[in-house]
Write a protein that binds this ligand. Structure first.
Ligand SMILES: Cc1ncc(COP(=O)(O)O)c(C=O)c1O
Length: 461
């Protein structure tokens, strides 16, 4: 397959080096150019329609159609003040209002909001805050950070080091030293035979404590964790996991940074995933749905004790010498502020809760399929994991690339979903209708049947 000469697709292949893309394939085939959107659907140059079952990159809570209120908010801000920064106490109006709004919405009492432009930057900045915090407290050795297998916290040098996916490290010389890795709380994949969810959660917590004791609690600063591990394959922790992990972190004075970059703003059926799972973070990182994916912005929420330490140390040193040209950019802040107002006007959490049972039924309808090992979902995010053997949970040979092949077939049927190995991830816009979700599942069902037929032909099932 190659793009028509001079098409946007061909020009993309000629001039554009993409992230998370096989560069040679893009050069040869051209890019997949999206020209417009409408609700959960996107359209290509050729006018072909796709249901984007991942809300872009887990971010477009309001879908892809024009949002008059966001257009107006952006236009108004560009007319009034297109740029101002946040260094040396300066700030633009919507940035102040957004900080106030976010502190008010926080999952646990929080003191301040700090702005970045992406989830990766927010997590990098949170690492720096945690290090600065411990230096301020005279604990220069308390610096290591715990993250979990299959975590996704970004791709920059530090946040990419927290990410627990080998592909993100390979040949980028990551991770940097000082990152500790603990269990991924995925019962279906990692439980011992016969181990209950509760016992598995206990074992994860015990392993975490063993790791802390082996390394020395006085050397560990923080644990970073997503409430639901999204890009690792939508991994939903056992119900008792956080109740068991939280006291261990508290016991050893290890800060919890909840990475709410996917879960924040309604995705799991609460404003925050931390609320869904009983996490009490010291810092929260957020991005993506903060602006419904329509402007690049991220926020860190910081609790009062951590903030006070950062504040007093900034006073000692003269300033908190960290900041980005576009931290709290007024255009992005205005769009984010209006996005949050739209969520409130839509009562987005109630809406997600009302739609979630329909989403769950649609997902679970595939549970009996011979290729499906596990169906897992919470709120409006989930995954369907394909296996070679349902009884033993045995996976397919990775060389078969079953998940990626299913996703390619789904693409031909006008559905965009994400494979994480053989787990197919779903994260539709929060404003999808029941009929639209039915359409998404109908397209997925066709792809699943064709994948099954292909595997039968290959003698794999
Ligand atoms: C949980 C989580 N944290 C951080 C990031 C990184 O965000 P960004 O791609 O905006 O740097 C992502 C991106 O998918 C994410 O899912």
């Amino acid at each position: 397959m190659s793009a028509r000469p001079n098409s946007l697709a061909a020009r993309d292949g000629a001039y554009h080096f993409h992230g998370y893309t096989n560069a040679l394939k893009n050069e040869q085939e051209g890019g997949f150019v999206v020209t417009r959107g409408d609700g959960p659907f996107i359209y290509t140059e050729e006018g072909k329609e796709y249901f984007d079952g991942l809300s872009g990159l887990w971010c477009c809570a309001l879908g892809f159609g024009p949002q008059p209120r966001l257009i107006e908010a952006a236009r108004r801000q560009m007319e009034i003040l297109p740029y101002y920064h946040t260094f040396t106490q300066k700030v633009a109006t919507p940035t102040v209002e957004l900080a106030e709004k976010l502190v008010g919405l926080a999952p646990v009492p929080m003191s301040k909001a700090y702005f970045c432009n992406s989830g990766s930057e927010a997590n990098d900045t949170a690492i720096k805050m945690v290090w600065y915090f411990n230096n301020a407290l005279g604990r220069p050795q308390k610096k290591k950070i715990i993250a979990r297998n299959k975590a996704y916290h970004g791709v920059t040098i530090a946040s990419g080091s927290l990410t627990g996916l080998p592909a993100v490290h390979a040949d980028f010389d990551l991770p940097v030293p000082g990152i500790l890795r603990t269990d991924c709380p995925h019962h279906y994949r990692f439980a011992e035979p016969g181990e209950s969810e509760a016992d598995f959660a206990t074992r994860c917590a015990e392993n975490l404590e063993k790791l802390i004791l082996a390394e020395g609690p006085e050397t560990i600063a923080a644990m970073f964790a997503e409430p639901v591990q999204g890009a690792g394959g939508v991994i939903i922790p056992p119900a008792t996991y956080w109740a068991k992990v939280m006291p261990i972190l508290r016991k050893y004075e290890i800060l919890l940074v909840a990475d709410e970059v996917i879960c924040g703003f309604g995705r799991t059926g609460n404003w925050w995933g931390s609320q869904t799972y009983g996490m009490t973070p010291d810092l929260v990182t957020s991005a993506k749905q903060l602006s419904a994916g329509q402007a690049p912005i991220a926020a860190i929420l910081i609790n009062q004790p951590v903030y006070e330490t950062l504040r007093d140390h900034s006073n000692r040193l003269g300033s908190f010498a960290h900041g980005l040209t576009y931290s709290g950019h007024p255009l992005a802040a205005a769009v984010a502020l209006e996005t949050l107002r739209i969520y409130e006007d839509l009562d987005i959490v109630a809406r997600v809760r009302a739609l979630a049972p329909h989403f769950a039924r649609g997902m679970q309808a595939f549970a009996g399929h011979p290729l499906v090992g596990e169906v897992r979902q919470i709120g409006l995010v989930g995954a369907i994991e394909l296996v070679r053997d349902k009884a033993s949970h045995a996976s397919f040979d990775s060389k078969l690339a079953v998940g990626p092949n299913l996703v390619r077939i789904a693409h031909d049927h006008g559905l965009i979903v994400r494979p994480v190995v053989d787990s197919i991830c779903f994260c539709p816009p929060l404003v999808s209708t029941e009929q639209q979700l039915d359409e998404m599942f109908a397209r997925f069902g066709k792809a699943l049947e064709e994948t099954h037929a292909w595997l039968r032909r290959e003698g794999q099932v």
